[in-house]
Design a protein around this ligand. Structure first.
Ligand code: SF4
Length: 307
């Protein structure tokens, strides 16, 4: 008999690993979809670790790169004007999740997967994983009753898949809340390794909120320079975006960024990259201010431009 195919939206974290295991246990064929977001995810930053897991489990890992091309542009659009607001940083979590669901929906159609599942756990995060919110997210992605959450399914309304008998609700779980005891016990049972949850999403960083606000609203970010958003010292001078390296490693990164004008001093000091039009003299005085022999006073004069 042909196996029912399911697609798990895979972050790499323990919960989505368990979702895969629970579906496999039901005899379903499982594929995983990992969406590479431009500013990282809230879960697992090591792609290699995710890849190893899926290899061991015999699951095909599909990767959609949203840090490039059309998807990147779409994501920036969300970031600029999220329909559902932001968290404490610049993070538009609800819209971001709906974006992920939409990608899963398209991808499931492409590979003829009959089931879409996630590793979401009811009430795990303060508000984004409350029952009402979970239901709203799927409705907005036009997937009402079509997101299976194997870890919490018994506490949620029956999905279309359960109603159709594609999955056995009895074999699914009823986990809720923030404690991870059950998940850790399950990881032991299935002998799976998993990463410690890492705060990998830059958009959640409160200290970067203002920088993202300026860069996104001013249309400074693109796929070539997005790497700069989390490194270096940033200045906005006369509508030009300037990034100074804070160490050798960052100076090297600047060298490889396309689309800006690079300044590399011949004296001990930071390299700079400039996006926009500003006279070179101003940049050299900024570089000098932050060089080994720069004075505190000179540095201070640039403080008002820091972002
Ligand atoms: S914006 Fe929110 S939902 Fe999206 S990756 Fe970051 S933390 Fe996760």
């Amino acid at each position: 008999m042909k196996k029912v195919k399911s697609l798990v939206l895979f972050s790499g974290g323990l919960d989505s690993r368990l979702a895969i295991k629970l579906l496999q246990e039901q005899g379903l064929k499982v594929e995983a979809l990992y969406v590479k977001l431009p500013f990282g995810t809230g879960c697992c930053s090591s792609f290699e670790c995710s890849f190893n897991f899926t290899q061991i489990q015999g699951v095909k890992l599909n990767v959609l790169d949203a840090s490039n091309g059309k998807l990147f542009k779409e994501y920036l659009g969300i970031l600029k004007k999220p329909k559902h607001g932001r968290g404490k940083g610049f993070n538009p979590c609800k819209d971001c999740k709906i974006f992920l669901f939409r990608q899963a929906k398209k991808f499931a159609k492409k590979i003829n997967a009959e089931i879409i599942a996630t590793g979401e756990v009811l009430g795990q995060r303060s508000f984004s994983q409350m029952k009402k919110q979970l239901m709203l997210d799927e409705e907005e992605a036009e997937l009402k009753n079509k997101i299976l959450r194997p870890l919490s399914a018994k506490l949620l309304p029956e999905t279309t898949y359960e109603k159709k008998g594609l999955v056995d609700r009895e074999m699914l779980l009823g986990i809720q809340g923030r404690t991870r005891t059950t998940q850790i016990a399950l990881a032991k049972k299935y002998k799976i390794k998993y990463p410690t949850p890492a705060g990998g999403c830059l958009l959640c960083e409160k200290h970067l909120k203002n920088r993202f606000k300026i860069l996104v609203k001013g249309d400074y970010l693109n796929e070539k320079n997005v790497v700069l958003s989390s490194i270096g010292r940033h200045f906005l001078i006369k509508n030009s975006w300037i990034v100074l390296g804070r160490n050798e490693k960052e100076n090297e990164i600047l060298k490889n960024v396309e689309g800006g004008k690079l300044f590399v001093p011949e004296f001990p000091g930071p390299s700079a990259i400039v996006m926009g039009k500003i006279n070179d003299e101003k940049i050299w005085s900024l570089i000098k201010a932050y060089s080994k022999n720069g004075s505190l006073e000179n540095k201070k004069s640039f403080n008002k431009f820091l972002v």
